[in-house]
Design a protein around this ligand. Structure first.
Ligand code: SAH
Length: 440
């Protein structure tokens, strides 16, 4: 049957290093590849797999073999069916529309815009439970129970832009500005490397003191001294710059679209252009980054339909990591008095994104942890599979309040969320084996 044909294969390399080199080699040879969470069976070897088109598989194998890239295995990316979803619900009160969408998920069919809206609009308890458990199953069956933990360093709160929601926006006057230098950053990088983390996220405002030369020097030093994977989250730059960082050793990039509703995008970003933001995302993908995007839930004027379009955007753009967080009012910003986004809508968006985009990284965001003390646990149970720790030095943290009362996600709170969601600490994390944590 046409529908069941395998369109993609997942290649697992023997180590992160081989996987990254292999992916680059394939891209250099003109193959379309994508970096995705590894299949559940292999979550502990290397968290990431290379996804290739079926027609490219033979060529890919040849290229990798010629370059001595060691492989763990190659797996067909099957259409994911979630059997039994509807059956279990027969006793419950579920609307016909909702049931129809659930049946499509069960059969592994693609969801339409209308289907996504139906899911996001679910109100009845039984419907919401069904949505979250379908997303949770999708996550478990395709990526398994290990939660990927990463460490973030917010290395500068100096920003040339004036995004209206953001607590480090340029025109905010009552804010002590800071900028960590390379040595200070490296000290933290070593700390988190010692814990066993494999990815460091370097995030900042759009601070042009950090010239390409300085960023390249930092990237190279992180690679040289620790070999960690590097995620950059430093805003909009030119394709040449993104290319330079990739060449110097950066692996991932987070640049959120925030909203695909162009009017909202314009309204909240006085300095930005929607098309340019999309171009940046396209550039990052073309350059072979593990490409991160995401949105904010509860922006002024945002409708459920807008959120549905965001999710389809992530799918169509082939985004690999999707950060979904509630809007949180930040003191001193034009949006200070606006109501925060809804936790429930955020969780629904996480769940639908997992069901629609399937093999992607979805963090249980810091924003969720800030508005609801159980927010990260809830997100992990609704399709999320990643946690980012905040490793910014204490003396700077209070000045990186992109939203007020930002929660500090640390190992302890991550441990709690992972336990409560009955999930596993990554095997690479040394503190995961502390006496009080049994995640082996
Ligand atoms: N300057 C970088 C980093 C921005 S901070 C960049 O532009 O990419 C990272 C994310 O925090 C943003 O992408 C945004 O989605 C989120 N954020 C910022 N302010 C917020 C607020 N008030 N409420 C919710 N999320 C917010």
């Amino acid at each position: 049957m046409e529908k069941n044909k395998i369109k993609h294969y997942l290649i697992m390399a023997a180590s992160t290093n081989h996987m990254l080199r292999g992916d680059q080699l394939l891209k250099n040879e003109g193959l379309t590849t994508s970096l995705v969470p590894a299949p559940s069976e292999y979550g502990s070897v290397c968290a990431i797999a290379i996804k290739v088109k079926t027609i490219d598989l033979e060529k890919a194998e040849m290229i990798l073999k010629e370059s001595d890239i060691k492989l763990q295995g190659i797996y067909p990316e099957k259409i994911k069916k979630l059997s039994g979803l509807v059956e279990k619900l027969e006793q419950s009160i579920i609307s016909d529309d909702f049931l129809k969408v659930l049946k499509k998920i069960e059969e592994g069919e693609e969801l339409s815009f209308e289907d996504i809206v139906t899911l996001l609009k679910s109100e009845r308890r039984a419907e919401k439970d069904a949505l979250f458990s379908a997303a949770d199953r999708m996550r478990r069956e395709i990526i398994g129970d290990v939660v990927d933990v990463r460490g973030a360093i917010e290395f500068s709160n100096i920003c040339r832009k004036d995004c209206k929601y953001c607590g480090v926006r340029k025109s905010l006057k009552d804010l002590e500005r800071y900028r960590m230098n390379e040595d200070e950053i490296m000290e933290v990088v070593h700390q988190i490397h010692n814990i066993g983390l494999q990815t460091v996220i370097l995030q900042s405002g759009e601070d042009l003191w950090w010239t390409p030369e300085r960023i390249v020097s930092l990237i190279k030093r992180v690679k040289r001294e620790t070999g960690m994977r590097i995620t950059l989250s430093i805003g909009e730059r030119s394709k040449e710059e993104y290319a330079l960082y990739k060449k110097s050793g950066a692996d991932n990039f987070l640049l959120k679209i925030e909203s695909t509703n162009k009017e909202i995008f314009k309204f909240i970003h006085p300095d930005d252009d929607y098309e340019r933001r999309v171009k940046c995302s396209n550039d990052l993908r073309e350059l072979g980054y593990l490409n991160g995007s995401g949105n904010i839930i509860g922006l002024p004027g945002q409708t459920v339909e807008d959120i549905a379009k965001d999710i389809l955007f992530f799918k169509e753009m082939g985004i690999n990591m999707i950060g979904i967080g509630p809007f949180l009012p930040a003191k001193g910003t034009p949006f200070e008095k606006y109501p925060p986004g809804s936790v429930e809508m955020t969780l629904k968006a996480v769940a639908v994104t997992r069901i629609v985009c399937k093999r992607v990284f979805i963090p249980a965001t810091t924003a969720l942890a800030s508005i609801d003390k159980d927010g990260q646990t809830k997100a992990l149970k609704a399709g999320a599979n990643t946690i980012m720790l905040i490793n910014t030095p204490t003396k700077y943290r209070e000045n990186y309040q992109i939203y007020s009362e930002k929660n500090m996600v640390d190992l302890k709170s991550a441990d709690k969320a992972i336990k409560e969601a009955e999930r596993k600490f990554p095997p690479y994390l040394r503190l995961g084996g502390r006496k009080d944590a049994k995640h082996t």
